[in-house]
Design a binder for this molecule. Structure first.
Ligand code: NAD
Length: 366
């Protein structure tokens, strides 16, 4: 079938909107007509080849849409169902079976490999095959095929236009807080980076009852918006030492919890240095492969700190995404405030606005 897709062709080059052929869904796959797809920082860094998914490729991994067809072996969803597309996982390795699919032994090839597990690609154009199955979905396409295991059925009363980012950026930040850090009522947390991932972490911390919620960024408008959404303190680390500021705010102790959503090598040691004794920090920001961030293990040992490295919020999407929707419906998790929508033809503007800091979570509407 002919579909429209945004194709990444070279690093630092705008995506090209092209007509492509989409092949037939396999026995274990679902064909989904996309209604919307979020744009995540991870799409930008793969376009720029920090991770070497072969180009040309159809990226996009925060898809939301309606099931059109299902393969003969699919029993979990049916045509007409509203779905959010989650990252791919094998479903069979020890980590998948243990309820941690983000640490699937095949996570990298399944999500970044550029093809189905059998090596086939679902998109072609006149020049040949195009890398597909990005995060198991390649959601920058009007229609795509997804393994049924990666599809999350969602209620029809919530607009699909806002739900796609629950499949990656929003579950990553909020899951790192709700599933891993688990700040209790009255606790303190510092969030480094106020993009969609950091803001989702901040909203989750507020929903958990954290009473000191400090955001750190270098973009003033994002800090102001974080204050509007409930952060108790904002620190612009362009002109203020964030570690000193966090120690001042917490009476010298440091914070109980911290989240680094920047992936910037100087920020990671700042996050560790702002934690109180026996604090718990989590890194979710992605850095170029090979990035090193040295820190003083002699001093750190005495602090009893805990550090978690968190992929996709360490969630089981089929359980976690409906939970986030219920929190949203109750008014406890207003992630829709982070979203700004763009027409499909304006997808490169969406990337630009995310990079400049003007838009927190761009969502493409098909
Ligand atoms: P984003 O670019 O919108 O947000 C990053 C924020 O960090 C920006 O607001 C930026 O101004 C801020 N920042 C940059 N340098 C800083 C510094 N020195 N001090 C303080 N703040 C600084 O990106 P996002 O969509 O929110 O994603 C955040 C990160 O998470 C990215 O690296 C993305 O690739 C990664 N990510 C990881 C996972 C995962 O599973 N671990 C999933 C999704 C995204």
């Amino acid at each position: 079938m002919r579909i429209r897709a945004a194709v990444a062709t070279a690093p630092h080059t705008p995506l090209e909107i092209r007509e492509l052929d989409l092949d037939e869904p396999r026995e274990d796959e679902v064909q989904v007509r996309l209604v919307a797809s979020g744009v995540c920082h991870t799409d930008a860094i793969v376009r720029d080849q920090w991770y070497p998914t072969p180009l040309p490729a159809v990226l996009g991994h925060e898809g939301a849409g309606i099931v059109e067809r299902v393969g003969a072996g699919v029993t979990t969803v049916a045509p007409g169902d509203h779905v959010v597309l989650a990252p791919a996982a094998c479903g069979a390795c020890a980590h998948c079976v243990d309820g941690h699919p983000a640490y699937c032994v095949d996570f990298y090839p399944l999500n970044f490999g550029g093809s189905r597990p059998d090596g086939s690609k679902m998109f072609t154009d006149h020049d040949g095959e195009i890398s597909s199955n990005f995060f198991g979905q390649s959601s920058f396409a009007s229609v795509t095929n997804v393994i049924a295991r990666n599809v999350v059925k969602v209620p029809e009363n919530v607009p699909l236009e806002i739900l796609g980012p629950l499949g990656c950026g929003i579950q990553t930040g909020s899951g790192a807080v709700l599933n891993v850090l688990q700040p209790g009522p009255g606790s303190s947390i510092a969030i480094f980076g106020t993009g969609a991932v950091g803001m989702a972490g901040m909203l989750a911390a507020i929903a958990s009852g954290a009473t000191t919620v400090i955001v750190v960024d270098i973009v003033e408008s994002r800090l102001e918006f974080a204050r509007e959404l409930g952060a108790t303190h904002a620190v612009n680390s362009r002109d203020t030492n964030p570690v000193e500021a966090i120690r001042d705010i917490t009476g010298g102790e440091g914070v109980n919890f911290a989240l680094d959503s920047t992936g910037v090598k100087d920020v990671f040691p700042q996050m560790l240095a702002s934690l109180a004794t026996r604090g718990h920090g989590a890194l979710v920001g992605a850095a170029p492969l090979g990035t090193e961030a040295p820190f003083n293990i002699g001093t750190l040992l005495l602090t009893g700190l805990k550090l978690s490295l968190v992929v996709e919020g360490d969630s089981v999407p089929q359980l976690y995404i409906p939970k986030l929707i219920r929190m949203y419906e109750k008014g406890d998790f207003p992630f829709d405030k982070l979203i700004r929508t763009y027409e499909f033809d304006d997808i490169n503007k969406a990337f630009e606005d995310s990079e400049s800091g003007g838009t927190i979570k761009p969502v493409i509407i098909y």
